[in-house]
Write a protein that binds this ligand. Structure first.
Ligand code: NAP
Length: 255
């Protein structure tokens, strides 16, 4: 079914890499116009080519989600380039690894500034535009570790749990304006974030085996597995989906 997002305008944070980049490509393929908001220009070459060739449909806006003014600017960029805002995918995130005793308060604050506060601020500044547009879809990328914990992910799991319940609060607060808010919970997905963790581990093979062992099928998903869920949540097909947790994890949480 093509054009599932025809005439919709979206901002995707963390859209230069991994899951966010796949979402940006699929949103455009399904007819949306998109602002990719990220710290860095796209790592994903297919996305970089799309931005270079289709500026009427997709643009890059530099944005550090830990800086409030840059979030405001990214959302304003969508409204000024494309006239309105229908959807946000709050995907920017950092892994924040370590157990409680091993991490310090700066690590905790930094993880929360990006993974939780950044998500809050995207919603805060998107909602008034969505009210003006008559509704919208807020898609917050949490994690399987936003529902259960994993060892050595203390700050990460806490921040992703915050995203899960914040998404539900928003779902209740703005349902009267036609705004839906949902969280997405990926399992282990093969992206630069995970590749960096594995490559920087003292024992690369052991780290890879640890990630593989999380998945019942023994291997990671790909970014598109999550991005299609975001397409669904942004589309009118999901018009009655609000305050939900969309788990896309290859069975990780079924154990
Ligand atoms: P990724 O490939 O590293 O993509 C994340 C993007 O966010 C990168 O472009 C990154 O830029 C950007 N980013 C980081 N900090 C930012 C900031 N302060 N402001 C703006 N952009 C920022 O990672 P991914 O695996 O696709 O992860 C996307 C989301 O899915 C994250 O929220 C992650 O927690 C979640 N998730 C991933 C998995 C998985 O297995 N991959 C599982 C569950 C949940 P830099 O590269 O410059 O840092």
């Amino acid at each position: 079914m093509p054009d599932r997002l025809k005439d919709k305008v979206a901002v995707i944070s963390g859209g230069s890499s991994g899951i966010g980049a796949a979402a940006a490509r699929l949103f455009v393929a399904e007819g949306a116009r998109v602002i990719v908001a990220d710290l860095q220009e796209p790592l994903d070459q297919r996305l970089a080519d799309l931005i270079a060739s289709e500026p009427d449909r997709i643009q890059f806006k530099k944005c550090d989600v830990s800086v409030e003014a840059e979030i405001v600017a990214a959302i304003d960029a969508a409204v000024s380039a494309f006239g309105k805002l229908d959807a946000i995918v709050a995907c920017a995130g950092v892994p924040g690894m370590g157990a409680a005793v091993d991490i310090d308060s700066d690590h905790w604050d930094r993880t929360f500034a990006i993974n939780a506060r950044g998500v809050f601020l995207f919603t805060k500044y998107a909602v008034p535009h969505m009210i003006e547009a008559g509704g919208g879809s807020i898609i917050n990328i949490s994690s399987a570790f936003g529902i259960v914990a994993g060892p050595h992910f203390a700050a990460y799991a806490a921040s992703k749990g915050a995203v899960r319940n914040f998404s539900k609060s928003t779902a209740l607060d703005y349902v009267g304006h036609g705004i839906r808010s949902n969280s997405v919970h990926p399992g282990y997905i093969d992206t630069p974030m995970v590749q960096n963790i594995v490559n920087n581990a003292p024992d690369i093979n052991a780290a890879q085996a640890m990630f593989n062992s999380l998945q019942p099928g023994g291997k990671a998903g790909v970014p598109e597995d999550i991005a299609w869920g975001c397409v669904y949540l942004a589309s009118d097909e999901a018009r009655f989906v609000n305050g939900a947790e969309l788990v896309i994890d290859g069975g990780l949480l079924a154990r």
